[in-house]
Design a protein around this ligand. Sequence first.
Ligand SMILES: Cc1cc2nc3c(=O)[nH]c(=O)nc-3n(C[C@H](O)[C@H](O)[C@H](O)COP(=O)(O)OP(=O)(O)OC[C@H]3O[C@@H](n4cnc5c(N)ncnc54)[C@H](O)[C@@H]3O)c2cc1C
Length: 437
Amino acid sequence: MTGATTDRLIVVGAGPKAIAVAVKAFVLAGLGLRTPQVTVIEPNAVGGNWLESGGWTNGRHRLGTSPEKDAGFPYHSTAFGGRNAEINDRMRAFSWNAFLIDRGTYAEWIDRGRPSPQHHLWASYLGWIARKIDLDLVRGRVESVGVDDGRWAVRVIAADGRLADLAADRLMMTGPGSSERTLADHPRVLSVAEFWRLAARSELPSSSRAAVIGGGETAGSALDELLHHDVLTVSVISPNATIYTRGESYFENSLYSNPVKWRSLSLAERRDVVRRTDRGVFSVRVQETLLADERVAHLQGRVTRIVPEADGLALTLHNELRPDQTHAFDLVIDATGGDPLWFFEMFDQGATDLAELALGGPISQSRVESSIGYDLALENLEPPLYLPNLAGLAQGPGFPNLSSLGELSDRVLAPVSVGGVTQELRDPAHFPTTART
Ligand SMILES: Cc1cc2nc3c(=O)[nH]c(=O)nc-3n(C[C@H](O)[C@H](O)[C@H](O)COP(=O)(O)OP(=O)(O)OC[C@H]3O[C@@H](n4cnc5c(N)ncnc54)[C@H](O)[C@@H]3O)c2cc1C
């Protein structure tokens, strides 16, 4: 299990997942362990989606989860035999606490009661790690993905229009895709990115009846901001019967931090946990703000139609077992979040064919979600394609978010020894049982 390899892992997007994998690879290489060379491609800054320029936040809203769920959390590597303790120890140099100590603000943070950092500070933490490990960062936007001679062929376009073609043995996709999407093309229907642009300039149109479509973190942050502007009422529209608060008890959190039990749950049980704790839920802090504000109400339903009217927009809401209802608004924010399959749009025909062959049919969210292996890659696909954002259902609810970035990087980077021969981990059945404690 020693010696540097030349295999290259390209990560699309320099968010927390890319940084978690890159820093773990840095630590493994420092210990002389087998690890791919990690190259990260990012058009914005490191942690770009946590800054105003990324279009998902204004950077001043606060993290919903604890920052101690950082790039190394839960500091419990079990995949590297006798070297696990050293790895955990070296990873501590890149923790949230180490970042604060380095900035000289650790004592202040403790004394203030460990507040959740604003998103821009979280981005600074990620940037700090990137600098410490001298991250191999390519500035540009991935434009297309193909397969050439058994390797990923990734085309990157830089801000000045120059193109670069990179080859990789493995590829990892991160992030939610574009923040510019809207359900309807109308000046009073704002994408998340447009909402934050206008809010930053205090140019949000005043509204007597606003709607925020979506029940997750994106909607929560937008709503939190909207209430500071000129609105008389806000309806939060989501398909659920109510707005759930993120479950934060030990029992719920432990499933996120340590997904060992996850595979023993039925699919129905797993969906239930995700529904109650992650997808379509607001953080406790956002929920508290909303409860106290009598301008906010919840409307259940899936928006199926948006029709412009003389003085606004008519939204049709669909609910199973009930007739459709129409409600009028004068401002609509589409905060339904990203498209989990966004990156497949960049795949050329060859790469798409390969993915469909691995999936046994056309690309769909349910097919992809049920085909993610232990290593967080799509099963039956060579070269490997890691999709942690779609690994929640199959492998653990913490992989799509920030809840177990250390476990995520272990899964992606762990080698496996079968019969004394070191292989990449592709099948949990081959996982050496002695390696897990
Ligand atoms: C407002 C908001 C608040 C959230 N708060 C929390 C929270 O508190 N806790 C939590 O666990 N989760 C939270 N989430 C969910 C969060 O998105 C994920 O947990 C986490 O950011 C995902 O990390 P990531 O590395 O996959 O992607 P991101 O941090 O989203 O990074 C993706 C990167 O990809 C880049 N990119 C996009 N397109 C391309 C391209 N074509 N080529 C190259 N790069 C590209 C982007 O610029 C971006 O920097 C929040 C989400 C939102 C929208």
